[in-house]
Design a protein. Structure first.
Length: 368
């Protein structure tokens, strides 16, 4: 049996107190490409389930309890997973019990291999549907939030920008006047003026970010060669990275052009690069790579770093507007990245880099 995503094998939790049978089933399932964990009792199953599973295969008669109850508990703990019950003899009653317990199917012992594999494949299809549904709901919630942020900030940014421009203009006047003073008097006056100028520039930058949401520019995708875009980002990152003794490396495979907007793709990779730079320690590294994905129509851009990675408990939240763990952060970097990637018909995921740090993976369709 072949599974579409080689990234992770489907995980089966096999609960049966008959060790010989469990061993036999394990061999069959492993040969078919499943990752199998076994448990001989309800208590052991509960504890194994905490590590996560896709489908639990549960025997009805267990030494410390009843498989139907266990099925119910497993399903409650992992609503996106599925349970298949194993019964000694299939009766109408046991079928009903299985359904009541939330099991998606039941199998009669002795288990026949093709039937077992087919049942598990159907259960896995259900599991994938649950995950897709959850992902769609997450995206819808995100889109809603972004739209709300957009409407609110459109007006606000506009209102702030006018007085800010006026202040910047007055600052220029002041700087000129100070410039006419004797050199010895200029220093102590110019320093605070420059600080104000920097702060105004920072505010302007934040407003620019806000406006990205408020009125996303029209999008006319063109074929974009990725290596030059990535190289430009690497050059821009080089300066700040050198200062912190962070090594920035590249690993580009030959990839077809993608359909997109050069500037926006550059902004995406730059935001991810800056985040990586914030995350790594002095002496760490950042790697930008591109390659054709498993799906030949899709190109992957990976930004890996040697930082601590993104903790599991905040992974769901980092794409939300204003979510930040940094004292100076606006929390808009990743929402902007997300908005641009979505506009490109692509996806972004956060994973663990092979070396343990963070991996941000962009997947963008190739140009046609
Ligand atoms: N490479 C990374 N490694 C670890 N954590 C990361 C990484 N990239 C992002 N994060 C986490 O995601 C959060 C949100 O990132 P985002 O870019 O949206 O905002 P920010 O970097 O905090 O602020 P801003 O980008 O506006 O300066 C960060 O505060 C950080 O906790
Ligand atoms: Mg950021």
């Amino acid at each position: 049996m072949k599974h579409p995503s080689p990234a992770r094998r489907p995980r089966v939790l096999l609960v049966d107190d008959n060790a010989a049978l469990a061993d036999n089933l394990r061999t069959i399932l492993e040969d078919a490409g499943f990752a199998v964990v076994t448990a001989g009792s309800c208590a052991e199953a509960q504890s194994r389930a905490r590590a996560g599973f896709d489908v639990a295969l549960v025997d009805l008669g267990l030494p410390d309890g009843n498989g139907t109850e266990l099925a119910q508990q497993l399903k409650e703990g992992a609503p996106d997973s599925e349970v298949v019950l194993l019964t000694g003899h299939a009766t109408m009653e046991s079928a009903l019990d299985a359904v009541r317990a939330g099991a998606c199917a039941y199998l009669q012992k002795p288990v026949n291999t093709p039937e077992l594999l087919m049942t598990l494949e159907t259960a896995m299809r259900q599991v994938r549907l649950h995950l897709e549904k959850r992902e769609l709901a997450r995206r819808a919630a995100m889109a809603e939030k972004l739209a709300a942020v957009g409407t609110m900030t459109a007006g606000l940014s506009h209102e702030i920008r006018n007085p800010l421009n006026a202040a910047a203009l007055q600052l220029t006047v002041l700087e000129r006047r100070v410039g006419r003073l004797p050199a010895a008097e200029q220093g102590p006056l110019l320093q605070p003026l420059h600080l104000v100028r920097d702060e105004i520039r920072r505010l302007d930058h934040i407003l620019e970010d806000f406006l990205q949401f408020a009125r996303p520019r029209e999008f006319y995708p063109k074929p974009v060669e990725l290596p030059p875009v990535l190289d430009r980002v690497l050059t821009l990152l080089g300066g700040p990275a050198d200062k912190r003794h962070v090594r920035v490396t590249r690993d580009f495979a030959v990839v077809p052009p993608v359909a997109g907007d050069v500037e926006r793709l550059q902004q995406v990779v730059m935001n991810l690069g800056l985040n990586a730079l914030d995350a790594v320690r002095e002496g760490g590294w950042i790697r930008v790579s591109c390659r054709v994905s498993d799906d030949p129509e899709v190109v992957e851009i990976l930004i890996d770093d040697s930082g601590p990675g993104v903790p599991a408990e905040i992974r769901e939240r980092i794409f939300e507007p204003f979510f930040t763990t940094k004292a100076e952060g606006s929390g808009l970097g990743l929402p902007i990245v997300h908005a641009i990637v979505t506009q490109h018909g692509g996806t972004i995921t956060v994973e663990e880099a092979p070396e343990g740090g963070a991996r941000f993976a962009l997947r963008v369709p190739r140009a046609r």
